[in-house]
Design a protein around this ligand. Structure first.
Ligand SMILES: [Zn+2]
Ligand SMILES: [Zn+2]
Length: 376
C-alpha cells in the first residue's frame, strides 16, 4: 500500500488550523485547475485529485484524527478498493466556490468542465453527466467485545432502488418517452464564455429535461415518474477487529439510486461504541479497576483478571502494594486496526478499608497496632 503524507501534499505544517488547511487547498486548487493548464491538462488533473484527496481527509476532524493516528493505512479503508475517487469527495461546494471566484461573469455552472472531466463526461460532447444517487448514513452500535474481535453484521435499511415496473425510465411505456427538443437528448448544453484565459467552453445541465435528455409524457404509475422506489435492502458487512468509536466504513454503490437511472450513491456505516461494564477504552488500551483487601495489599496475592478475549489471567500483586498502583498486562488490550498487534490492559488497584468489622477482626487489628507501636 502506498504511503501518503497529506500534509506534504498541501504543503502545510502538521499543526495547521482548519483555516490554514482550507487556504492551502484553495491556493493549490487554483494552481492545478485543469482548465488553467490547457497544455498539460492530464498532469494537472492528477495533481488536482491528489490535493483534493488530502483536503477531504484533513478538512474532516474525524478523518484527520484517524490519519494522524494511523496514517494513510487508517483512512484508506474509507475509500474504495482503488483508493480515493471523486465519489469520496464531499467538498464540491468549495470547488464551485473557488471556480466562481475565478471565472466571474458568464452563465452556466463555473465548475462544470471539471465535473465532467472527473465524472466521465465531456470526452465526447454528446456524453451525459453521470447521474448519481445520494449517499446514505447508517449508525450501528457495537459492544467492546465486537470491536475487539471484529464481526459480520447484516444490515437492513430503506433506500431508493430502480423501479422495476419502468426499468428506471419513469415512463408508463417506452412510447411515452420523447427526446428533449431543447438539447436533442444530450441532457446538457454548451455555454461559451470569455475570460482572461481566453474562450472557455462550459457545459451545463439542460433546464428543460433536467439533464435526462428525455421528456416523459405519461408517468409510470408505480414510481410516479421518478424511476425509483423506496424499498428495504439487506447487506452483510465484515467489520474488522479494532475499529474505533465514531469511525466509519464506506460501501460504494449501496446508497440511493438516483431518479431516472444512473449509478447508486454510497453507504456510510458509522460505528458507535456501547458502554462496557468492565473496561474503559483509550485508543488501543483498556483500563480496569480491581479491589483488594488490606491484608492482601500488605501480604501480596494473586487476583484473577477476565481479559477482553474471554480468557482469565492471574495478576500477581506483590506484598506492600499501595492503593492506586497500576499494573500493566502487555498485549491484553484492544486489537489494533489492520495489524496483528494489541494494546495493553492497565489494572488499577484499589485497597478496600472496611467500614464495619466483627469483634474477632477488631481484636486482631488492635494486637497488630500494638505490635507496630512497639517497633517504633
Ligand atoms: Zn416506474
Ligand atoms: Zn434537454
Amino acid at each position: 500500500m502506498p504511503d501518503k503524507d497529506y500534509y506534504k501534499t498541501l504543503n502545510i505544517e502538521r499543526n495547521a488550523s482548519p483555516d490554514e488547511i482550507k487556504k492551502a487547498y484553495r491556493k493549490l486548487a487554483k494552481k492545478y485547475h485543469p482548465d488553467l493548464n490547457q497544455d498539460k491538462k492530464e498532469e494537472a488533473a492528477e495533481k488536482f485529485k491528489e490535493i483534493s484527496e488530502a483536503y477531504e481527509v484533513l478538512a474532516d476532524p474525524q478523518k484527520k484524527k484517524i490519519f494522524d493516528t494511523y496514517g494513510y493505512e487508517g483512512v484508506s479503508q474509507q475509500f474504495g478498493k482503488n483508493g480515493f475517487s471523486w465519489n469520496n469527495f464531499s467538498h464540491m461546494d468549495d470547488i464551485s466556490d473557488i471556480l466562481s471566484g475565478m471565472f466571474s461573469g458568464g452563465g452556466g455552472g463555473g465548475g462544470s468542465s471539471i465535473f465532467d472531466m472527473f465524472f466521465g463526461g465531456s470526452r465526447g460532447n454528446q456524453q451525459r453527466r453521470v447521474n448519481r444517487g445520494s449517499d446514505l448514513n447508517i449508525t450501528i452500535d457495537l459492544t467492546l467485545k465486537e470491536m475487539y474481535s471484529g464481526i459480520s453484521k447484516t444490515l437492513k435499511y430503506k433506500r431508493f432502488e430502480k423501479c422495476y415496473e419502468c426499468n428506471g425510465s419513469g415512463a408508463k411505456s417506452s412510447r411515452d418517452i420523447e427526446t428533449c427538443p431543447e438539447c436533442n437528448g444530450a441532457g446538457q448544453r454548451q455555454y461559451k464564455k470569455q475570460s482572461i484565459f481566453g474562450t472557455m467552453i462550459n457545459v451545463g445541465v439542460c433546464q428543460r429535461c433536467n439533464g435526462t435528455g428525455k421528456i416523459i409524457k405519461k408517468k409510470c404509475p408505480k414510481c410516479h415518474g421518478d424511476g425509483r422506489v423506496k424499498s428495504e435492502h439487506k447487506l452483510t458487512i465484515d467489520i474488522p477487529p479494532g475499529v474505533m468509536n465514531n469511525s466509519f466504513m464506506v460501501k460504494e454503490g449501496n446508497g440511493n439510486a438516483p431518479k431516472h437511472k444512473g449509478i447508486n450513491g454510497d453507504l456510510r456505516i458509522i460505528f458507535r461504541a456501547l458502554l462496557d461494564n468492565n473496561f474503559i477504552r483509550e485508543g488501543d488500551d483498556l483500563h480496569i479497576e480491581r479491589s483488594i483487601n488490606y491484608p492482601d495489599a500488605v501480604l501480596g496475592t494473586n487476583i484473577p483478571i477476565d481479559t477482553i478475549d474471554g480468557h482469565k489471567v492471574k495478576l500477581k500483586i506483590p506484598s506492600g502494594t499501595e492503593s492506586g498502583k497500576i499494573f500493566v498486562l502487555k498485549g491484553k488490550g484492544m486489537s489494533r486496526l489492520h495489524s496483528s498487534q494489541f494494546g495493553n490492559l492497565y489494572v488499577r488497584i484499589k485497597v478496600i478499608i472496611p467500614k464495619r468489622i466483627n469483634k474477632e477482626a477488631k481484636g486482631l487489628l488492635i494486637k497488630l497496632r500494638d505490635s507496630l507501636e512497639k517497633k517504633q
